[in-house]
Write a protein that binds this ligand. Sequence first.
Ligand SMILES: N[C@@H](CCC(=O)N[C@@H](CS)C(=O)NCC(=O)O)C(=O)O
Length: 251
Amino acid sequence: MMTRLKVYADRMSQPSRAVLLFCRLNRLDFHEIKVDISKRQQLSPEFKEINPMEKVPAIVHGNFNLFESHAILIYLATAFPGIADHWYPADIHRRAKIHSVLDWHHSNLRHGALTYVVNTVLAPALGRPLNPQAAAEAEKVLLSSLSKLENIWLKGDGAFLLGGFQPSIADLSMVCELMQLEVLGEKDRSRILTPYKKVLQWIEDTRTATNPHFDEVHNILFKVKRKFQEQRLREANSGPEPNNMGGSSKM
Ligand SMILES: N[C@@H](CCC(=O)N[C@@H](CS)C(=O)NCC(=O)O)C(=O)O
């Protein structure tokens, strides 16, 4: 008998959240093991045995290890029985289109969103300085990616990516990516997202379709968002303060 699935994740990591969300939505029997990036636990020798790339998420299923969130989502959707077809359709053409979205995601939306958020907000929490120049470059990639998401991936009759009437693993991966924009200041977040009405509606539709799991998996992000909001308010009154997110994971 296969031993229970182990998911190594940090909920501040967007690909970790996508994998956890899939597991919860599909009621997989799994054990979540926290790898706290802010404490650099991904560099520990024990974790390196699981993922030599030193990144989360990663899974262990029996004696099988896997890293890279898209590969993990595809594996989970095919290795476990009874997963609804819409997550990763059996139809080879729909499946191929989902791969196309997932491949695009890494070097476009993911690259833009992550680099922007790190260099605008999160870097100090990771022991690095903010980099406005890198943030400005990343914003261009992010805006161009949002435009492609709005006009290409969200084209079609349904509310989800590729015109789907139900979400797929690609929706989970991309929506978890965009949710990290929650930690930005409200002015930045709204400047970036407001022009993309379909994207905003899709985030809301995916959230509704996947709740209560969506909110549960994103709770940590909402907490960090509140902490940053309070910090910004204090700084507006009395000047900058050293970053302190309370010892919990920041990335
Ligand atoms: N392409 C990978 C990205 C994994 C990744 O970059 N994870 C980040 C958190 S979002 C990480 O573990 N960073 C730790 C580090 O770079 O040291 C995936 O989709 O799983």
